[in-house]
Structures are given as C-alpha cells and as structure tokens.
Design a protein around this ligand. Structure first.
Ligand code: OGA
Ligand code: NI
Length: 389
C-alpha cells in the first residue's frame, strides 16, 4: 500500500458530515454572537476538511481550451516523477506484458483455469480485466457517452455542481487541500450509490437529460458485478463464498463513482493525469476509454500501460481487500498519463466496506507463520489514518 494521501480521498462518509453539523450547532449555542454562515464556512469535520479549497479552483478543461503551449507550473511534476523518467513497457523487454484477461462466463461454468488465473492476477498484479461480465455493452457505452457529454457542457452548467473538500461530492478539479501542492491534470465528478441514505440525486448532475437515469442503472449493475467479484475472490481465498461480502458489512456496503476527465495536455511529458496511488477501498471496477490509453499499473520496477480489451472492465484490488486477505491479494499502485492529441474519460466505480465496521485479516488467513499484518480499523478510521500519517 502506498500513502499517497491526496488520491485516497474518494469518499467522506455521511458520518463525518453529521459530526460536522453537530459541531456547527454546538458552536452556535456557545457563541450566540457569531453569524451562522461564518461558523459554517470555518467549520471543519473530523478529517480537518472544511467547506472551501485553499486556493481558487481552476478547471483543467479551461486550461486545455485556452490553447496554452506550455503547462502551468502547478501541473509540472518534479523530474523524478515525470512519466518518461520511469521505465514503462514501451521498453522492448517488457513489451509483451499486459494484465490478465478473465472470462467470467467461463469461470462461472466452473472452469478451473479461470479460477487459477484470477487468483494469480490478485496475488501478482492486483489488476485484471473482465469480459463476459454480464453488464450490457449498450449500458457501458451510454454511461461513457453521457459523462463525456457532461464534461463537454458549458462551464456554467457544471459549476452549479462544484464540490468542496468536506464531502468531495460533485464537480471537482483537485484532491487534497495542501496549499501550493502540485496538481494532477484532470477534472472529475464524484457521487454516491450506496449506502442508500448517501445516494442523493440532487448531488448528481441534472444534464445531459439522461445522465441520472443512465448513471443510476449503471450503478445498480456495477453493485451486482461487485458482489459477484467478491464471491469469486472469497472462494479463491479458501473462504466461504459469502464470507468476504459479510466482512464488508453485507447489505451495508458502500459504492461510489468518480467520473474522470483528462483534457488534452500541451506537454504530457511533464504532467500526470493521476499521480501514483493505490485505491483505499475494497475493489475498483473501471470503465476505461477504449480509444485512449492512459492507465499504467506498477509491476515490479516497471509501469505497464493497460490496453483495454473491447467491452471489458478493468478490476483492481483496493487496500481493504489487501487487509482482509492478510496481504495475499495486493492493492497495487497505478497512475494515469495524459496526451496532447485526445481527451480521455473513465468511470471508476468503488465497492467499499460499510464505513463503520472493523476491517482486519480474516481469521482463516491468519496462522502462526502468517500473523495478522494489520490491526482492526474501520474504513472511516483508515481514511483518516492515511491522511494524517
Ligand atoms: C482512479 C483511477 C484510473 C483511470 O480513479 O482511482 O485510478 O484510468 N483511475 O482513470
Ligand atoms: Ni485508482
């Protein structure tokens, strides 16, 4: 696991939100003179996240559209972190490598080879692609297209959904609140599907006219796929099929999505669409842009560019599954490169444990020779931990 604080902030639960509301009320009662709005703006939740960003927000899209010939300083990575200074599979010796592709139909028909393949993928890569996964290609295309259209709407239609670091829900252009931080070359939209009290259509875009309906249907299908994948991972770990899901809190699981928009970048060799990070949650199911590559997965000392298989999802293990598996399965670092020719859109769906139950290595995976590698921690505590470490 890495501790790239900035990219591990996909979700801030309603719990912290409620804590904050509580704080606001108390403040109000103890200091009647203060104006409520001011207190609210200054209030921070337990994670130290307030209502406002440390600097005025600049949409990466607006930079891309202003025909700059150079990247503004804020987006220039130090030399050692630039995409070209690290080895990639553009190097001939790694050229043949790609993440494993798993056929879920064949796996469900009991094909032992597929079970083995997926198990190896989780142990060695932390990443695989799935085909014949049961989600209709038409729905995948519709979801991708409606989000592409959203990002191509006029600015004023997007700004109404502008997000804050308190919950991250809505339209955003940065992660983390460190003043002066070097930023990634992307805009995004973050929203919740589950638990149901967190699903709030008012926090979803209202345009294009079909976006709520399509995204809702997409979310339901991906929650189902997430459940199926959990069952596969569970049996593959030698557990009962339902055990991993139960450890996640059964019906109380969380599900959210980040639609990522990577505009064209005038100097792609200096910037990154997303800095290296591992995903903090359970499992991630990514709908990539089929036309434009960009996702790279760390494999040893090498960054492997993922070539999306037609109609496939890219699945990766998150930190919580690494913890539950007592590190048998790996939550692997990945990053996104950008290019000067084409914009790129991806939908990252995060399937997470219920946020307030302790997550720790499954008892069956702990032995005298393989002691527990992690202390129990709720997903809420974990997010706080990785940000304050
Ligand atoms: C993410 C992520 C990869 C991509 O959103 O966490 O890693 O290809 N996205 O957009
Ligand atoms: Ni990620």
């Amino acid at each position: 696991m890495n501790n790239q604080d900035e990219t591990k902030v996909e979700t801030v639960s309603k719990n912290s939100f409620n804590d904050q509301e509580q704080e606001v009320k108390t403040d109000n009662m103890s200091d009647q003179d203060k104006n409520t709005k001011e207190i609210k703006i200054e209030a921070k939740n337990k994670n130290g996240l307030g209502e406002t960003w440390p600097e005025p927000i600049v949409r990466v899209q607006s930079l891309a559209e202003s025909n700059l010939s150079t990247v503004p300083d804020r987006y220039i990575k130090p030399p050692s972190q630039r995409p070209q200074t690290t080895i990639t599979n553009h190097q001939p010796e790694a050229a043949a490598l790609n993440i494993p592709v798993i056929d879920l139909d064949s796996l469900f028909l009991g094909n032992e080879d597929d079970m083995k393949k997926i198990s190896e993928a989780c142990r060695e890569w932390g990443f695989f692609q799935v085909i014949n996964h049961g989600v209709k290609p038409e729905l995948m295309d519709a979801a991708r297209e409606t989000w592409k259209s959203f990002f191509n709407l006029p600015v004023e239609d997007k700004e109404v959904h502008s997000n804050s670091p308190r919950t991250y829900e809505g339209y955003g252009s940065r992660l983390g609140v460190e003043k002066g931080a070097i930023l990634d070359w992307n805009d995004y939209y973050f929203l919740h599907f589950r638990p149901l009290p967190l699903k709030d259509f008012n926090k979803w875009p209202s345009l294009p006219s079909n976006i709520r309906e399509v995204t809702d249907e997409y979310g339901k299908e991906l929650v189902k796929l997430g459940g199926r994948l959990m069952a596969i991972l569970s049996s593959n770990l030698g557990l009962k099929e339902e055990q991993l899901q139960e450890a996640f809190g059964g019906d109380g699981v969380g599900a959210c999505m980040r639609a990522n928009y990577y505009p064209k970048c005038p100097q792609p060799e200096l910037a990154l669409g997303l800095s290296p990070h591992s995903d903090p949650g359970g499992i991630t199911i990514l709908l990539p842009d089929e036309q434009v590559t960009g996702l790279q997965v760390r494999h040893g000392d090498t960054w492997i560019t993922v070539n999306p298989h037609p109609n496939a999802f890219i699945v990766n293990i998150g930190d919580q599954v690494q913890i539950l598996s007592n590190s048998k399965y790996k939550s692997v670092e990945h990053r996104v490169t950008v290019n000067s020719e084409k914009e790129r859109v991806s939908l990252a769906f995060f399937y997470n444990p219920k946020s307030d139950i302790p997550i720790q290595p499954m008892q069956q995976l702990v032995t005298s020779t393989m002691p527990p590698l992690y202390p129990p921690m709720t997903f809420d505590q974990y997010r706080l931990f990785i940000r304050t470490q």
